[in-house]
Design a protein around this ligand. Structure first.
Ligand SMILES: [Fe+2]
Ligand SMILES: [Fe+2]
Length: 203
């Protein structure tokens, strides 16, 4: 009896180790996470600079949107960093100085970047992580992609009605996954189910 109990305790004790081992990332996924981390880090810096320019040009609503998206990208960068560290890597964000143009042009740059991440970069990285059944990499990559879908829509809407974006606006950002909305219509984050009352308010 005690022998059986000891064996079960042992199996119980090794299960988490087995899970950790099965979560090892391939070199490809590690490189993908580093690339995604660089993309998110530079998007954060770019959007903060674009927000300052939008304020300067009198587009306070667009400035609010850039700051909200910057907060979201910061959350993605933190999530990607945590995954890289969990797989034994060292996060290497490689920050660059952003190029700032007019707000109209900056919105075009933002739409292009979000569209690329939504349609090309993240889908490819997600496919690779799926092939490894790497649930931790999948979570951070899927969270980021889902938010980029919303960012692309919000930026496009802002560009289409630029003249009507003179007033500051509140945006809601999920602190766990970076989901971003001007008016969240459900009680929980549609991506990760975090309750709405925990969302960051950014304006
Ligand atoms: Fe984004
Ligand atoms: Fe979320």
């Amino acid at each position: 009896m005690s022998k059986t109990f000891s064996l079960l305790s042992f199996l119980g004790a090794v299960t988490p180790l087995a899970i950790v081992a099965s979560q090892a990332a391939s070199t490809e996924t590690m490189n993908n996470l580093q690339t995604a981390l660089r993309g998110e880090t530079n998007a954060y810096t770019r959007y903060q600079a674009f927000a300052a320019k939008a304020d300067e040009e009198g587009y306070a609503g667009v400035a609010s949107l850039f700051r909200a998206a910057a907060r979201s990208e910061q959350i993605h960068a933190a999530n990607h960093s945590a995954a890289i560290k969990a797989f034994g890597g060292v996060p290497d964000p490689k920050p660059e100085s952003p190029e700032v143009k007019s707000t109209r042009d900056n919105l075009g740059v933002a739409i292009k970047g979000e569209t690329y991440e939504r349609d090309e970069m993240y889908p490819a990285f997600i496919r690779q992580a799926e092939s490894e059944a790497n649930s931790q990499a999948l979570q951070t990559l899927r969270f980021a992609r889902a938010a980029e879908v919303e960012h692309a829509k919000l930026y496009r809407r802002a560009l289409e009605s630029l003249a009507g974006t003179k007033s500051a606006q509140v945006f809601y950002v999920c602190p766990a996954c970076g989901f971003t909305a001007s008016n969240p219509d459900s009680q929980r984050c549609p991506t990760c189910a975090t309750p709405k009352e925990k969302f960051d308010q950014v304006s």
